[in-house]
Design a binder for this molecule. Structure first.
Ligand code: C2E
Ligand code: SIN
Ligand code: SIN
Ligand code: FE
Ligand code: FE
Length: 414
């Protein structure tokens, strides 16, 4: 496999750190950890590769923060807003020291840390939030093989009268046991993510034109289009971010159903006959079948996108109203064929990926066609407004054209 392919997958791997199910898992892990030792607040950090001054560095990034006292003051249904920040893995902070040494750190009072201790506590966050941190306990999350996944830091152990007390040796024991289980769960989520990446890789190997760069470009375009759409629709920040992460993976998998199409058709060096085209159209149904038993938001969106990315806004696309599993026609047209899905019957993600996919296909060389010029591509997209493409999404597309071009330059054809 060419080196560039491998590199793009590795980079993407680090970018996929926040899939929605992982977030839910982390939220639950932190909640349980706090319950086990009656901590009033806490944060969970995961290792992420972050680009800083042109270099990739591993840092601890706050993925989840909970605080009961502050949460009590909020209107119902509202979540605590925490500032997202990352911490270097060094001895200067409590969590950084914990990550560096892979040891549990138990500090009875962060405002009286011995000057001999390598770490100190920055009071800036307490000042902003108005919450006083006193006792804290940080513990590394690592795999059985010793790979560091992150750190759980819990704050302010409460006694039965609601007074803050230091964390006890019993707490240390409990939380160690807990961290081991949490690490296993976290590692399982990473394995799931790695399996999804392998699925993407597999579909690339099967179809020589579905290269790593094509998949990355389509995902990049789709995320940009969604982001601007969400801005116009006032989608809250948190929902926007989590939908984007899910959409990224789902859009990378849009053509995964092509793995079930024979090489003779998939790699045909020329135009399809109508029969061949009909067979190829089944890639939408095969793709949806791979997610027949959806386990997560990613699975559900991947199924939607695989199934509907060739539907057209005016109802002229495929595969239409058909059950991908049984082949049963759900709504028939006058010829007894499945009626095409139209307008908002097509899920938003399918409408977005349709636009991203065609834009990229037109710009690129295929076994059956040469790349088109920029002007030709944009004219064709405009021509298809309202017939093939959601007119609103098309307007969004032209609004963000500079970002689209930037992504194209980021992942050039080889
Ligand atoms: P693809 O090459 O990734 O193309 C995705 C979609 O981009 C196509 O969906 C079509 O809507 C659009 N597109 C691509 N090239 C052109 C073009 O030259 N002109 C126009 N107007 N639109 C274009 P579609 O047609 O449903 O095809 C799905 C997939 O089937 C294609 O994915 C490709 O893998 C395959 N395919 C389609 N037609 C042919 C063909 O004539 N020969 C071969 N070898 N493969 C084909
Ligand atoms: C920590 O102490 O680990 C959190 C970062 C800080 O406020 O110092
Ligand atoms: C979303 O939840 O952001 C998508 C809603 C839609 O499908 O219109
Ligand atoms: Fe497709
Ligand atoms: Fe494609």
């Amino acid at each position: 496999m060419p080196d560039t392919d491998f590199k793009s997958i590795v980079e993407l791997d680090s970018e996929l750190n926040q899939i929605q199910d992982l977030d839910l898992l982390l939220e639950r892990i932190l909640l349980e950890a706090r319950k086990v030792v009656r901590a009033d607040a806490g944060s969970i950090y995961v290792i992420e590769r972050i680009k800083e001054d042109g270099e990739w560095r591993e840092k601890l990034t706050v993925k989840y923060a909970q605080n009961d006292l502050l949460a009590q003051g909020l209107p119902p249904g509202q979540k605590l807003i925490y500032s997202v920040f990352s911490i270097a893995i060094n001895e200067k902070t409590i969590s950084g020291y914990c990550a560096l040494t892979r040891k549990l750190v138990n500090v009875p009072d962060v405002y009286s840390i011995s000057p001999d201790a390598p770490y100190s506590y920055s009071t800036a966050y307490d000042k902003i939030s108005g919450y006083k941190t006193t006792s804290t306990l940080a513990i590394p999350l690592q795999t059985a093989e010793g790979r560091l996944l992150g750190v759980i830091q819990i704050i302010n152990s409460m006694d039965s009268e609601g007074r803050v007390i230091p964390f006890s040796p019993d707490d240390e024991f409990l939380i160690t046991h807990f961290a081991n289980n949490a690490s296993l769960a976290l590692q399982r989520a990473y394995v799931t993510r790695a399996m999804i990446l392998r699925m993407i890789k597999m579909s690339e190997l099967r179809d020589p034109k579905e290269t790593g760069t094509h998949v990355n470009r389509v995902a990049g375009y789709a995320m940009e289009i969604y982001d601007r759409w969400a801005y116009h629709h006032h989608i809250p920040e948190q929902e926007r971010e989590s939908f984007k992460d899910t959409l990224k993976i789902a859009s990378m998998l849009h053509d995964v159903g092509k793995v079930a199409i024979s090489d003779i058709i998939l790699k045909k060096p020329g135009k399809f006959t109508p029969e061949e085209y009909t067979i190829m159209q089944h890639h939408t149904l095969y793709g949806a079948q791979l997610f027949e038993d959806p386990q997560s938001p990613v699975d559900i969106l991947a199924r939607d996108v695989a199934l509907t990315h060739h539907e057209n806004w005016d109802g002229s696309g495929y595969p239409g109203w058909i059950d991908p599993l049984t082949g049963r026609i759900l709504r028939a047209n006058t010829e007894g064929k499945p009626l095409g899905k139209k307008g908002e019957e097509i899920p938003l993600a399918g409408r977005i990926v349709a636009l991203a996919d065609v834009y990229d296909a037109l710009c690129s060389r295929r076994v059956y066609k040469e790349p088109w010029s920029e002007a030709e591509v944009l004219a064709e997209i405009k021509r298809l407004k309202g017939s093939k493409f959601d007119p609103e999404l098309m307007d969004v597309f032209f609004e963000i054209l500079p970002s689209i071009k930037q992504i194209r330059n980021l992942y050039p054809e080889r």
